[in-house]
Design a protein around this ligand. Structure first.
Ligand SMILES: [Zn+2]
Length: 371
């Protein structure tokens, strides 16, 4: 099994195209062509993580946070510890890959795992992605409607929320007149033809469009396939930031704080009281999610759990919503379990012997001082 196969599997779930534009997801160091011995997962890359990979015979490391984020200006092995980490990766033929905001934005990703850890029900996105879909309209001779639509579905088109194979079809008459150089499948060149056709419409994710067009034209019988690609302003229910859901049993504030600490296995966190006495609907965003507080309010959540909140943010939202800063590492670490499970299942299905390990130590740089 090569790194490329693992990357393909991960990006099928968490496409790089849904990551933030300024993010740096994907292959960081090494090569996807190498055969993988074992895989190590970690939120961050540190020297200890690299040592652990070497010890566990893992030559493929997957981190959530991209190790290479800011432009690299020099590799100074004497002054810079990150340069030395890159040197170690290269010397040991290790490949480093990162799934960051793309892993934040998928079902089962970082925030969904946080929501699951809090045992929320009816989990869905807090802020679904917008405007990353197209409407593909193609004109097909009636007999070919199924073949063409199947090819589109197989290439990933026609998905709306939890539904696949979604299309709309209208019958009509297509007209054309081929030039002397044309080779019409139906009719004769130079003759004005009228053919019974179906107008087939499907929704496609923007990053799948070229694969879908090539799959579609491959099975379409016409020499020249007529189709339209129209950008949509729709919400894409399958990708988004944050998550929200309901507690199995509504709790009062004290109960909910204790429940959060217990489920996330944390001793300390910062919070401000909200205005709701009973907590039932909870919104979360793993990592730095202060920009989604408004979404939590609009969605009528009673509490919002995220990380990296500022003093003035707490000040602004006190008396509005029970706002918890549960820590960046603490709100993201559980996502590695899901990545591990998914990867292990996939690798198992290929009968490969590659093992997936989680870095056993902690890469959290923050320590709480208790007097
Ligand atoms: Zn993060």
């Amino acid at each position: 099994m090569t790194g490329k196969e693992i990357i393909k599997y991960i990006e099928n779930w968490a496409p790089g195209e849904i990551a933030w534009q300024k993010d740096n997801v994907g292959l960081q160091v090494g090569s996807g062509e190498r055969k993988i011995r074992n895989i190590l997962l970690s939120l961050d890359l540190t020297d200890n993580v690299v040592d652990d990979a070497i010890k566990k015979d893992c030559n493929f490391i997957i981190t959530h946070h991209p190790f290479l984020f800011h432009p690299l200006r020099k590799l100074d092995l004497q002054k810079d510890k990150n340069s030395r980490i890159i040197e170690k990766l290269i010397k040991h033929d290790l490949t480093l890959y990162s799934a960051h905001t793309n892993l934040d934005s998928v079902k089962g990703g970082v925030s969904f795992q946080l929501a699951k850890k809090l045992e929320l029900n009816d989990i869905n996105f807090l802020a679904p992605l917008k405007s990353n879909q197209f409407k593909l309209i193609v004109f097909v001779p009636e007999d070919f409607t199924e073949i063409v639509s199947e090819a589109i579905y197989k290439a990933g088109g026609g998905i709306i929320g939890e539904y696949s194979n979604c299309s709309f079809r209208t019958k009509g008459k297509g007209t054309f007149k081929g030039s002397s150089k044309s080779k019409p499948t139906i009719g004769v060149r130079g003759t004005y033809e009228k053919v019974e056709e179906v107008k087939l419409e499907v929704v496609v994710d923007s990053w799948k469009i070229s694969a879908i067009i090539s799959a579609m034209t491959k099975v379409h019988p016409y020499e020249k396939v007529a189709y339209d690609i129209i950008p949509l302003a729709n919400i894409n229910e399958n990708y988004g930031m944050g998550a929200q859901g309901y507690l199995s049993k509504p709790m009062n504030e004290r109960e909910f704080l204790a429940f959060t600490a217990q489920k996330l296995r944390i001793k300390n966190f910062r919070y401000v009281k909200g205005r709701k006495k009973i907590i039932s609907k909870v919104a979360v965003c793993g990592g730095s999610g202060s920009e989604y507080i408004e979404d939590a309010l609009h969605n009528n959540a009673d509490a919002f759990i995220t990380a990296d909140l500022k003093y003035h943010t707490f000040q602004d939202y006190q008396d509005e919503i029970l706002l918890i800063d549960a820590g960046h590492f603490e709100t993201e670490i559980f996502s590695l379990d899901e990545v591990k499970n998914r990867l292990s299942n996939y690798i198992g299905s290929t009968k490969s012997k590659v093992k997936v390990f989680k870095y056993a130590g902690s890469t959290n740089p923050i320590i709480f001082y208790n007097n």
